[in-house]
Every structure is written in structure tokens, then in C-alpha cells.
Design a protein around this ligand. Structure first.
Ligand code: ARG
Length: 403
């Protein structure tokens, strides 16, 4: 009988290389590796070579940067998506995209299962599993790391035994996950919530000390809630994110230190640098405030929080996420214009905005001579708004205050 095939989410690192062998030897599968490039700057040829050396029968390397930017990062930005009000969900957003490509590769190769290297105590396992369930409920999901809890030393020993190439890059004391939308840094000294993250943990953002002594400015142009220009220059999605990230990072913008609640109930200290995400969300939110109405903004703020939770908790491929996206697509129709931001030693401020749809009317809001607002209309307005309050106060001798 021929062996069944499994598609493994393959990063090119030691851990997933060892998994190729484990899936082959211990689980009895033919292993197809699948790597979706979401902007972590690794060499695709090298990845393919390493997968084959580790014992894969095939390796799919997909360039997915623009897909990630356009179909995942920008929709999240439209929802101003920040988990617990702070984290732009960079790691969380990449998992459904990777899962989508796993499923595609599984179909192409006639595989019956998919595998990933997530541990049993993180969020990523939840995101992989739920995304695969949402897309292809027939596929079996295998997570050897979750089942066996393989330590770093065991992985090294395994690599040696089977002649698996160990990446030559010097081992960082941190566990890193990175893509266009941000970089997550965990482990080592960062596990002590009392300690400030050391400078060596950061790679994309300057410390305030090393940031320029002069402020920098960025002008981001949006069309229907999608960023399309930087300082007037049109840019495709991934390039735009990279450009904004470079400028923001140089000014030390986007460092995040969050006491975070994981899906599996663990409270953990998480460190991120998300210069592009933080900058784009800040700009986007400002343009929404300028071009849409207060009552829809208040409803959207509630839905935005739910949208962020869905991403965090792994429900990207769900009817609710799609329904919220449909709301946003409608809501974003007027979110067109330009936002100017000032960046200075880690701080980020919106300092100006323009839009053909700005609801702002200077003659109405002005305290100057151009005032066009009908002041007397307010009297009747307040009378009606206060009517129930008046009725109540008349009924109760002491008014609304206890006697
Ligand atoms: N706490 C973050 C999240 O849940 C970071 C996860 C990083 N993943 C990783 N495999 N290092 O989104």
C-alpha cells in the first residue's frame, strides 16, 4: 500500500526540519513541505533545498507577501484591529494565510492530512487548527510538537542522527516570529515582566536614544480605507507596508510590551515591534473619524474589538469575520484622503488630514466671524432632549438627587 501524504507548514528552521523526519519515520507519511513567504526575508531556494535534504518528497514555496498585505493586513487595519487595545495581531494574521496554502498544497498533492510545528501552550496551534477546520474539515491535523513536546536538545540530537542541516545562524536567545505586519519576540529575559526589554531584542525599531533628533513626517494616502500612497507616491501593498515600517522603525515607533491573555488561558508578557501596523492603524483611524459619522464610529468601535478577538482566537475563516468585513467594506467607502503623521523618538502623532469626504465644516465649527451655525436652534433641541429629565424631576420632589 502506498503511503499517505501530509503537508507540513515549513519555516526552514531546525524544528520544522526535524518534523519532516518525525512525520516520515514515526507517523509513516510522505511529507510535502509548504512555505508561504509573508515577509520574513528568508531565501526561498535555500528553504526548498533544506526541506528536500530533511526528507521531504516535495516542497512548495509560495510568495505570499502581497496576498498577506492586501487580504489580511489591510482588512485588519480597516478594523483598527488591536488585541487588548494594543497588539496589531501580526503573528495571528499570518496563520490563516499559511493554513490556506497548506490546504491548497494538500489538494494539489492529494494529501489526507496537514501538520504544523506549534506547541500545545500557544495561540498558533489554535489558529492553524481552526483555519484548517474552517477551510477543509476533511483534512486530519497532526501536531507532533504538541503531542511529544520535543525539546531543543532532542531536536538537535535528532538532526545529528539523520544528518539534518542545522541553520548556521547564531542562535538568538529569543523566539522570534516575523512578517510584514510585525515582529514578536519571546523568551529569555523577556519572561520577567518587571525587566525592560533589552535593546538586543529589537531589530526593526531604534531605541529613542538612537532615533534622529529631528522629527520625521509621513503622509499616507487612503482610498476606500486602503492605503495606496506614501508621501504622494503610489505603492503596491507589501512595498507600502515595508516603506512605512522603515520610516517608523527609524524613529523608534511601534515597540509594544503587553501583558497578554492567550487563548489557552495563560497570561504572558509579550514583546513586539510593529512599526508599520501601528502607524497605518493610527492614520486609518484618524481618517475614519474625519470622513464618517459619530454614530457609525461608535458601533464600529464595538465591532472592531470583536474583529480583533476573532483574529486572535483563530476565527479568520468564519461567517462572523466575513459578516464584519462586509460591514467594513460598506463603512470604508468614504475613507479616502491623506493623513500626515509626525514621528519623533518613539512617539507618533497625527498632525493633519485632508479628504474630499471630510464631514468637517469650518463655517459650522468655527468660533470666528465665519460662523454659520444657528445658535438659537440649540435652545429647542436641548428642551426636547431634557424633556424626560424634566418630567422625572417634577414627579420627585428632590429632583434626580436623593433628598
Ligand atoms: N503572542 C503572540 C500571538 O499569539 C505571538 C505569537 C508568536 N508565535 C510564535 N510562534 N513565536 O499572536
Amino acid at each position: 500500500m502506498s503511503r499517505q501524504k501530509i503537508v507540513l507548514a515549513y519555516s526552514g528552521g531546525l524544528d520544522t526540519s526535524v518534523l519532516v523526519r518525525i512525520l516520515r519515520e514515526d507517523y509513516g507519511y510522505d511529507v510535502v513541505c509548504c512555505h508561504a513567504d509573508v515577509g520574513e526575508a528568508r531565501d526561498p531556494e535555500k528553504i526548498r533545498e533544506r526541506a528536500m535534504k530533511a526528507g521531504a518528497i516535495a516542497c512548495e514555496v509560495v510568495s505570499a507577501q502581497d496576498e498577506f498585505a492586501k487580504d489580511y493586513c489591510f482588512p485588519a487595519m480597516q478594523a483598527n484591529a488591536l488585541y487588548q487595545g494594543v497588539y496589531p495581531l501580526s503573528a495571528a494574521l499570518s496563520r490563516p494565510l499559511i493554513a490556506r496554502h497548506l490546504v491548497q498544497a494538500a489538494r494539489k498533492h492529494g494529501a489526507t492530512a496537514v501538520a504544523h510545528g506549534s506547541t500545545g501552550k500557544g495561540n498558533d496551534q489554535v489558529r492553524f487548527d481552526l483555519a484548517v477546520q474552517g477551510l477543509a474539515p476533511d483534512l486530519k491535523i497532526v501536531a507532533p510538537q504538541r503531542e511529544k513536546n520535543i525539546t531543543r536538545d532532542e531536536a538537535m540530537a535528532y538532526a545529528e542522527k539523520y544528518g539534518i542541516e542545522v541553520p548556521t545562524t547564531k542562535k538568538s536567545p529569543f523566539s522570534i516570529d516575523e512578517n510584514l505586519w510585525g515582529r514578536s519576540i519571546e523568551g529569555g529575559i523577556l519572561e520577567d515582566p518587571a525587566q525592560e526589554g533589552p535593546e538586543e531584542a529589537f531589530a526593526w525599531t531604534k531605541s529613542w536614544k538612537d532615533a534622529p533628533d529631528e522629527p520625521g513626517y509621513l503622509k499616507i494616502g487612503f482610498e476606500r480605507g486602503v492605503p495606496v500612497t506614501v508621501n504622494g507616491e503610489p505603492m503596491p501593498p507589501a512595498a507600502l507596508i515595508r516603506k512605512v515600517g522603515e520610516v517608523a522603525g527609524r524613529h523608534g515607533v511601534g515597540r509594544i510590551d503587553l501583558m497578554e491573555d492567550r487563548v489557552v488561558g495563560i497570561k504572558s508578557r509579550e514583546t513586539y515591534e510593529c512599526p508599520a501596523a501601528v502607524t497605518l492603524i493610527t492614520a486609518h483611524r484618524d481618517l475614519e473619524r474625519f470622513t464618517t459619522l459619530g454614530h457609525s464610529l461608535r458601533v464600529k468601535a464595538l465591532l472592531d474589538q470583536k474583529y480583533a478577538e476573532l483574529i486572535y482566537e483563530g476565527f479568520w475563516f468564519s461567517p462572523l469575520r466575513r459578516a464584519l468585513q462586509a460591514f467594513n467594506d460598506e463603512h470604508e467607502k468614504t475613507v479616502t484622503g491623506e493623513v500626515t503623521l509626525r514621528l519623533f523618538k518613539g512617539s507618533l502623532h497625527v498632525v493633519g488630514r485632508t479628504s474630499p469626504y471630510g464631514v468637517y465644516n469650518r463655517a459650522l465649527s468655527s468660533y470666528g466671524r465665519e460662523d454659520a451655525f444657528d445658535h438659537r436652534a440649540s435652545e429647542g433641541f436641548i428642551k426636547l432632549v431634557g424633556l424626560p429629565l424634566q418630567l422625572f424631576s417634577r414627579l420627585h420632589a428632590g429632583g434626580t438627587e436623593p433628598a
